[in-house]
Design a binder for this molecule. Structure first.
Ligand SMILES: *Cc1c(COP(=O)(O)O)cnc(C)c1O
Length: 410
């Protein structure tokens, strides 16, 4: 990152005047933490005692035999507290907030996973917590909203625009502008104005810090390739970070939805639908029309359904240091099904995108090579979507009978 927050042509900090001082403060606190080895030790201790780190690197022997090529390893970010890599970021930012002496955190959330992680962090650190969530998402993600509220967070449904993630981000910035002194905005992914892309990447880099040791121990050398799904890009950046200067090939997998030529997807760096733009405080490749109006996106995985992408990934894409692919909703269901049957592991719909591409390439890679799939989260949260996709009749019956139970009581 240069001193204006740019990664090559991408990134920056396009923020209102009123937030300049807050961002300056955040820059300073982040640099101080980064240069203080005791901070990372405190972070590691927190993650070991609260979030099951280091997460295992699992050799997927049955999948490897099934495809007959590379040895497939799965990095188990699903075993974090709240079931995904999001804990890495929110716990790190929580420690920073404590250092800054602030008492209130706000966050945006789409599917609710980042909101959930932020609510747990706020409860643990004793911060007030407000979560902004599009009204449509509040309705779609009731279980997450329920838990956030039970952990003491206030969930505010946002009624602007398409009433989804990007609208929640805008509303969170509005809150921040009016509550600068008391409040920290816990940004959820490696996007937004500097220093968020770099800072979130730093906390997530704990993933590749671990896998680099683990793969040497389990396989004797570095992996040939690493696969990660790309929403905003935080789990991808975290799992790539310590391999950027190695020969390991890095593959980011975006949401192909109904296909990248269908107009129903969220692929920014794979395909040709995105273009450079400035929005939400940073410059990156956005899915937008010629007037800069954001396009509708689609993915079976709510966590990948975003119009922008990390400016660091846009830079790595431009420099051809990361290859980008897309997985369709249909392919995702097939990869998920196979992983459950052969390994007894349930990847999140988001993570399953990385599995799709790894499965396509594994047979073509030599047997003495390893590949790592970063499993960003567990699929338990997706039971409604997955059961619907299987068109499972007994699940339908279960939902109907539960609903009937409720309405007979009221
Ligand atoms: C939020 C989420 C993602 C997408 O976010 P990134 O910042 O791209 O990592 C991916 N997988 C899971 C399980 C998530 O919860």
């Amino acid at each position: 990152m240069d001193n204006k927050g740019f990664f090559g042509n991408w990134g920056g900090a396009y923020i209102p005047e009123i937030l300049h001082q807050t961002f300056q403060e955040l820059h300073v606190e982040y640099q101080r933490a980064k240069n203080d080895p005791a901070f990372w030790q405190e972070y590691l201790h927190l993650m070991r005692t609260y979030s099951c780190r280091p997460t295992p690197l699992t050799y997927a022997e049955n999948l490897s035999n099934h495809f007959g090529g590379a040895r497939i390893f799965i990095k188990r970010e699903d075993l974090n507290h709240t079931g995904a890599h999001k804990a890495n970021n929110v716990m790190g930012q929580g420690l920073l907030v404590k250092r800054m002496g602030k008492k209130r955190v706000i966050a945006e959330t789409g599917a609710g996973q980042h909101g959930m992680a932020t609510a747990t962090m706020a409860a643990k650190f004793g911060f007030d917590c407000t979560i902004y969530m599009g009204e449509v998402d509040v309705r779609r993600q009731r279980p997450n909203v329920f838990w956030m509220e039970k952990m003491g967070a206030t969930v505010v449904p946002v009624k602007d625009g398409s009433r989804t993630l990007k609208d929640a981000i805008n509303e969170a910035f509005r809150d921040w502008v009016t509550n600068i002194d008391s409040t920290h905005y816990v940004f959820g992914t490696a996007c937004g104005p500097a220093p968020f892309p770099e800072m979130v990447t730093w906390f997530q880099s704990i993933i590749s810090e671990e896998t680099k040791e683990q793969i040497k121990e389990l396989h004797g050398k570095l992996p040939a390739r690493i696969y990660a799904c790309v929403g905003g890009g935080s789990n991808a950046m975290g799992s790539f970070y310590h391999y950027l200067d190695t020969d390991t090939e890095l593959v980011g997998v975006e949401a192909g939805g109904h296909g990248i030529d269908s107009g129903m997807h969220a692929s920014r760096l794979c395909g040709t639908d995105a273009s450079p733009g400035v929005a939400q405080g940073y410059k990156t490749m956005f899915l937008q029309n010629e007037d800069g109006q954001m396009l509708e996106t689609h993915s079976v995985a709510a966590g990948l359904d975003y119009v922008g992408v990390s400016p660091i990934l846009s830079d790595l894409w431009e420099k051809k240091q990361v290859r980008f692919e897309a997985a369709t909703d249909k392919e995702v269901m097939a990869a998920l099904d196979l992983t459950m049957k052969l390994e007894g592991i349930i990847p999140a719909l988001e993570s399953s995108h990385a599995f799709v591409q790894a499965f396509k390439e594994a047979p073509t890679i030599a047997k003495d090579e390893a590949i790592i799939i970063n499993m960003s989260g567990r699929g338990d949260k997706d039971i409604f979507t997955i059961a619907h996709a299987y068109d499972d009749p007994s699940w339908k019956e279960f939902i109907i009978s539960r609903a009937a139970e409720y309405s007979s009581k009221s």
